[in-house]
Ligand binder design. Structure first.
Ligand code: NAP
Length: 285
């Protein structure tokens, strides 16, 4: 069962389980289950007796979380708790999706699963609270931290994703000013979804970083997107301060995938992932 099944990641997770075969997959949209309402979660999930529940629902607009911390915690923390309680009630394995924004970015190297989280913003704090509540409720839960997602038609909550925004602006002929002093791990939602299916199949539990191999700045990502798309517009690197935002962001949220690789799982490099996403977009067009 996938909660948040119409989202950028959730729709990929539904597809990945279906394509793998051997799973009867139920995807639940926001219209079918309201995570912030414990009765809705229990009454929807438990009677269906799921064996595995992957919770991809979230309040993902980082600046909006800063403005509405109550909503952020209702969805990302309490919503996660309600889903975990329903999993416990149904005897289902709980798989929870979290974020690189649990870290503060002070580390120079990619973050390991055992590094101490210290979120800089309400979104990260609400997601970290969600992780804790899930593991308290379902000690064998699988917590998957993803990052900087791109896939499908973008995040439903954000209405887009970074790659789509770059393409849209470049096609309008706009020069781009892109942040070059923030590093992260760009991740194709389809690749993350496939890895989640493999972790579930292997019965993994605990925290895993599930991102494409490598890391880059937003500027480097934009440059690569434009190159691969064959679009020629000027791109200027700018510091994070050029875009004042409500929420502070970590300067480095690159995630190490060494733990994943130790289990024989490796996501392709982010450059390869961007290329496949662009190919999928042009196929769709
Ligand atoms: N996007 C990123 O770059 C990123 C980075 C790190 C981690 N993550 C995490 O990855 C997960 C998926 O992100 P995404 O980009 O796929 O987001 P998304 O496209 O906005 O998908 C979120 C899904 O959750 C549903 N949802 C929202 N609030 C809900 C609620 N109260 N009850 C039930 N369903 C609800 C949404 O439905 P409606 O749209 O109909 O409301 C949507 O289907 C989230 O946990 C997010 O925190 C995302």
């Amino acid at each position: 069962m996938v909660v948040g099944a119409t989202g950028q990641l959730g729709s990929g997770v539904v597809r990945a389980f279906r394509e793998t075969g051997g799973y009867a997959v139920v995807g639940l949209s926001h219209g079918e289950v309201e995570c912030t309402d414990p009765a809705s979660v229990l009454e929807t999930l438990v009677p269906l007796r799921p064996r595995v529940v992957v919770n991809c629902a979230g309040f993902v607009r980082v600046d909006a979380c800063e403005e509405d911390p109550k909503r952020a915690f209702e969805v990302n923390a309490l919503g996660a708790l309600h889903v975990a309680r329903a999993c416990r009630e149904a005897g289902a394995r709980c798989v929870h999706v979290s974020t690189d924004y649990v870290f503060d970015g002070a580390k120079a190297e990619p973050y390991l699963e055992e590094d101490l989280p210290n979120p800089l913003n309400v979104y990260g704090a609400s997601k970290l609270a969600g992780e804790h509540l899930v593991v308290q409720t379902c000690p064998d839960a699988l917590v998957v931290r993803v990052a900087s997602l791109f896939g499908g038609l973008g995040s439903r909550g954000k209405g887009t994703n970074f790659v789509l925004t770059v393409l849209e602006r470049a096609r309008r002929g706009e020069a781009l000013r892109v942040v070059d002093d923030v590093r992260m791990s760009p991740t194709y939602a389809e690749d993350a979804a496939a890895a989640i299916v493999e972790l579930v199949a292997a019965g993994a539990s605990g925290v895993f970083h599930v991102v494409n191999k490598g890391a880059c700045s937003w500027y480097e990502l934009a440059v690569r997107v434009l190159e691969l798309a064959g679009l020629r517009v000027p791109v200027h690197p700018v510091p994070q301060e050029a875009y004042p935002a409500r929420a502070r962001r970590p300067r480095n949220s690159a995630l190490s995938t060494a733990k994943l690789e130790a289990r024989g799982l490796r996501l392709p490099p982010w450059e390869d992932a961007v290329q496949r996403y662009l190919a999928a977009l042009s196929g769709r067009a």
